[in-house]
Design a protein around this ligand. Structure first.
Ligand SMILES: [Zn+2]
Length: 331
């Protein structure tokens, strides 16, 4: 495959400072391709978070962010937060989170699983249409620290190709490791592909609790300690799905300011993985299809037995009709 590019130079451009809201952000080329904020519930006011500034990240060389794991760069000032949601889309919670973000006229970054993107393309497209940034999070939430080099590549690339196929547009070259498990070889692969590695600063631990108030106190405790940071939630978790409105109100009440990450470049795909998705579309399963519940918990998949959960007929465009019985088992 490609050799790692020895590019260490990176730039981080602050492209806007001040009270920037969705309609302005929608003017960026990538946001325009992903859709505009046509039905926003945004009504800017004294109680809305808004977006205090947008930071454009140059993906060249695959820089790393998030001081829980990396100390390379720190672009946030005290009081600034970046909102991030992993593991979606989810048919119920993702739309609820999008509405809550809209009500606060604010923007987030979603790290999406390829498998779930193909299962819930309508929800994914809504994320893009409302002007949020979409990165990827592997195909099926594999722990890359326990994966072979071939599996690492397949998980990363199939995730990217699948999310772009479901989105019908480009994603940001932003990636987050499942379980924050980041072996050196996988990090080198990201660098070779000019993909930004975005870790976290503050963990909501929303997967450990069904209680929104506990999730909120986890975040506020983390922010009190670090004073700023990239915050991790999961848009498949009930505590976040039901608690996000109160969470955003709490951030506003404590005076935190939201920074929206946007990419300088859009994410490229590898043709072989695009073709693999096309080839497997509608193919008969080679092993018995696993049919998770509509809201499966994210866990370490068994690589040979991973199937996309079946979306409803209403959610699935014609071209995804055959996905429900497709099984991918070649990584
Ligand atoms: Zn995850």
């Amino acid at each position: 495959m490609r050799g790692a590019r020895q590019v260490t130079r990176w730039t981080l451009a602050v492209i806007a400072v001040g009270a920037v809201v969705g309609s302005v952000l929608g003017a960026s080329p990538l946001a325009a391709q992903q859709g505009t904020n046509l039905q926003s519930k945004c009504r800017p006011g004294p109680n809305t978070l808004g977006v205090s500034r947008t930071v454009e990240i140059d993906a060249t060389g695959g820089p790393r962010f998030g001081r829980m794991q990396y100390r390379d760069h720190d672009f946030l000032q005290d009081g600034e937060v970046v909102l991030t949601f992993d593991d979606g889309p989810h048919p119920k919670f993702t739309p609820e989170i999008l509405d809550a973000l809209d009500e606060h006229c604010t923007k987030a970054t979603f790290f999406v699983l390829g498998q779930r993107a193909l299962s819930f393309p309508a929800q994914l497209r809504e994320v893009g249409r409302r002007g949020h940034t979409i990165g990827t999070h592997t195909w099926s939430h594999a722990n890359l620290g326990r994966s072979s080099a071939a599996q690492v590549e397949s998980q990363i690339e199939l995730g990217i190709s699948a999310v772009q196929l479901a989105l019908d547009g480009p994603t940001a070259p932003f990636f987050r490791f499942p379980y924050l498990s980041d072996p050196a070889s996988a990090q080198a692969y990201l660098k070779s592909r000019d993909i930004v590695n975005i870790s976290i600063d503050v963990d909501s631990h929303d997967f450990r609790t069904k209680s929104p108030s506990r999730m909120i106190s986890n975040v506020m405790r983390g922010l009190q300690e670090k004073k700023k940071g990239i915050i991790l939630w999961h848009d498949i978790q009930p505590s976040t799905g039901t608690g996000i409105r109160q969470m955003l109100a709490e951030l506003k009440a404590r005076g935190y300011r939201v920074v929206h990450l946007q990419p300088k470049q859009s994410q490229s795909t590898v043709a072989a993985y695009d073709e693999r998705l096309e080839r497997d579309r509608g193919s008969r399963p080679r092993v018995a299809a696993v049919r998770p519940s509509p809201t499966p918990a994210v866990r370490e998949p068994t690589p040979q037995r991973v199937a996309a959960p079946p979306p409803s007929q209403q959610q699935r465009p014609r071209e995804y009709r055959d996905w429900r019985d497709t099984v991918f088992g070649r990584w």
